[in-house]
Write a protein that binds this ligand. Sequence first.
Ligand code: G3P
Length: 218
Amino acid sequence: MKFFIDTANLDQIREAQELGVLDGVTTNPSLMAKEGITGKDNILKHYVDICNIVEGDVSAEVVATDLAGMIKEGEELAELHEQIVVKIPMIKDGVKALKYFSDKGIRTNCTLVFSAGQALLAAKAGATYVSPFLGRLDDISTDGLNLISEIRLIYDNYAFETQILAASIRHTMHVIDCAKIGADVMTGPLSSIEGLLKHPLTDIGLAKFLEDYKKGNS
Ligand code: G3P
């Protein structure tokens, strides 16, 4: 399972990278705005800065919603750095853009996916990644994990190569559940990754080991 961090915060990206388990980064316009990154030039530079920190894929989202606009923007993003994956929304022109980029060998991440039908369409159009938004479904009392299971089943039935990128992850249990289902990738906040290492028995056990060592070596 690949671990992506879902943020545009460079310090958090560095911290996750230093842990040694990071496979990539996802961003979106909201996350860029949260870091105060505005204006086209600053946004493009920020994507390059992220690529220079991590070794894996970095999703950069288009803001155009028409086919011509998405193609222009996506090509510009893809030109920025070899690690860039063009993030395209699941709308009608978005499906056409996925197909266009797939035919050109430009990697894509289809975002804002909330149903198995949308995921099927994204795979048919040749998306590299599909991003079902787990947490946002949970937020409205709908089982987000069930969607991940449905997509896994459909993709396995037909050996689609599109990778399931479980997005809108909110906590460590989402990560564990997605791993059990077989999501190819998870993207979440730093806390969802670091939370995986925590267990009180580990802390208690380590304290005891160190105490006993001290006793025997003082
Ligand atoms: O990767 C998608 C993600 O950014 C959405 O997460 O927490 O805003 O639902 P969230």
